[in-house]
Design a binder for this molecule. Structure first.
Ligand code: ADP
Ligand code: MG
Length: 243
């Protein structure tokens, strides 16, 4: 299974323990998980259940205490900080809850900046900032600064930015967490379109259980363990989701 190329990510007995002085916090317990190429996975669960920890391990922001993590054929579990930096830049597109755009750069410049960073150590990305902003439906907002954009538009700029290096994996930690329901649906639609049209693997953490129904599979975490795994037979198009 480890060498099966139909999987973009496999976790084998992955544990994550945090030490806070005397206190030991087990954020993930021996997690086993395989994610298929082109899959749209939603991770849900109560606050503190390990969702962000899982995403950070998948994206090489954090390292496991034990166990093995293979991403796109590479065992990243033993990577140094420097190797992880390259790995993240090449393979991972992150989307965060608070957009994290640079306020003094326009939409186009924010995406250009990511492209510039990506092309430092990889072949120059094949798509321009204008094309990427077109992918998320923002061709009319190229020269707007973040403050001149709605929350949903800012998050779609963040999606375009995440695509700059043509990542193998798109990771979103509560990408709709700071948006109202209908705006959140637009952002999810942009991600789902990419997933369908370009076969991009997407993994999102969400608090919002109705929104998780856009995914092919829903992983329920509880106390650092997989409490339930739900295959969604007929994922719902984001625009059709209601409360
Ligand atoms: P979720 O995203 O589901 O809310 P997290 O993955 O952020 O959960 O956290 C899981 C557990 O690990 C929580 O008990 C949290 O307090 C703890 N934790 C997360 N990150 C750290 C850290 N950097 N240092 C110490 N404890 C942490
Ligand atoms: Mg979290």
């Amino acid at each position: 299974m480890m060498n099966d190329t139909s999987y973009i990510a496999t976790l084998e007995k992955v544990r994550k323990v945090y030490h806070m002085g005397e206190i030991v916090i087990s954020a993930l317990h021996e997690l086993d998980l395989s994610i298929k190429r082109g899959e749209f996975l939603a991770v849900v669960g109560p606050s503190g259940s390990g969702k962000t920890t899982l995403l950070n391990l998948l994206g090489g922001i954090d390292t496991p205490s034990s166990g093995r993590i293979t991403i796109d054929g590479e065992d990243i579990s033993g990577f140094s900080q420097k190797e992880l930096t390259y790995f993240r830049r090449e393979k991972i597109g992150f989307i965060f809850q608070f957009f994290n755009l640079i306020p003094t750069l326009t939409a186009r410049e924010n995406v250009d900046f990511a492209i510039e960073l990506a092309s430092r150590d990889k072949v120059p990305p094949s798509r321009s900032a204008i094309e990427l902003l077109g992918v998320v439906g923002l061709e009319q907002r190229l020269n707007h600064f973040p403050a001149q954009l709605s929350g949903g538009e800012q998050q779609r700029v963040a999606v375009a930015r995440a695509l700059a290096m043509d990542p193998a994996l798109i990771l979103g930690d509560e990408p709709t967490g700071n948006l109202d329901f209908s705006t959140g649906k637009l952002v999810l639609k942009a991600m789902k379109d990419l997933n369908v049209a370009e076969g991009k693997t997407c993994i999102i953490v969400t608090h919002n259980t109705p929104l998780a129904q856009v995914a092919d599979r829903i992983l329920h975490l509880h106390d650092g363990r997989i409490a339930e795994e739900e295959i969604v037979e007929r994922p719902i198009p984001p625009e059709e989701i209601t409360w």
